[in-house]
Design a protein around this ligand. Structure first.
Ligand code: 13P
Length: 252
């Protein structure tokens, strides 16, 4: 059975205190948890706070590195050099990052990232042994057929381990009622049929966009292999509740 994932995308939010409290609360609770198949929680803090988790993960009192992993929110496609402000995948690997979110709709919008840029970044991540979490999603529900196919063809590498996050642009930041399980279920099964789910290299197709404790069970029942959380992902209690929902879904 495949691992389920909960990706906490903090975007450009938080501070040192909130990051430390989040890590403490998650590690404390997962340490005292009993049996079950807990999903992997991937904490994607802003760049300056990534070392907080890597230093905890290296310390003796942080025993659950299998449960919580470190992810970044972007990386460069370049290895090194005169690229002011950029961070390379090999730097992320150096501080213990195992995952990187690529092609989030906010990067596509505000940084004008194209599918080919995202593909180049994904190849660099894979080369540096970091699993890219590649975001795809249509700009409006009626554009699914045209835009998703194009994004799959042009931004997803044909080799190497990947996670895909289906994040319809219209659902990101929306009220949770915006999400229809029928739409998610059709989208996830279409994406899985394009990616050849039998291939072990695709670790999962996640869903992101207004997911929270209220709709998590319904979304997981729509065939998602996990959730990518924005607002809900900054609240440790909510993340733990959603983790519980994912593991109960996994048992069924
Ligand atoms: O962008 C998202 C996760 O990457 C989703 O954000 P919200 O969960 O806040 O809608």
């Amino acid at each position: 059975m495949k691992n389920k994932f909960i990706v906490c995308n903090w975007k450009m939010n938080g501070n040192k205190k909130l990051v430390t409290e989040f890590i403490d609360e998650i590690s404390e609770s997962t340490r005292s948890q009993g049996q079950g198949i807990p999903p992997k929680i991937i904490a994607c803090f802003p760049f300056p706070y990534l070392p907080s988790l890597s230093s905890c993960a290296n310390s003796a009192d942080f025993e659950n590195t299998d449960i919580i992993s470190l992810g970044a929110q972007d990386c460069s496609s370049e290895e090194r050099g005169a690229f002011t402000g950029d961070v390379s995948a090999n730097m992320l690997r150096d501080i213990g990052c195992d995952y990187v979110i690529l092609g989030h709709c906010e990067r596509r919008k505000y940084h004008k990232e194209s599918d080919s840029t995202i593909l180049a970044k994904a190849l660099s991540a894979i080369k540096n042994n970091i699993t890219p979490i590649i975001c795809i999603g249509e700009s409006s529900p009626c554009k699914f057929d045209i835009e998703i196919q194009q994004q799959i063809t042009s931004s997803i590498p044909s080799d190497g381990k990947i996670i895909i996050a289906y994040e319809p642009v219209w659902a990101v930041g929306a009220p949770y009622e915006a999400v229809s399980s029928g739409h998610i279920s059709r989208a996830i099964s279409y994406i899985k049929s394009c990616i050849h789910p039998a291939e072990d290299r695709c670790l999962g197709v996640l869903y992101g966009g207004a997911a929270n404790t209220i709709n998590a069970l319904q979304i997981m029942a729509s065939g998602a292999d996990g959730l990518m959380l924005g607002r809900a992902g900054m609240n440790a209690k909510e993340v733990l509740d959603i983790a519980q929902i994912c593991s109960s879904n996994q048992k069924n």
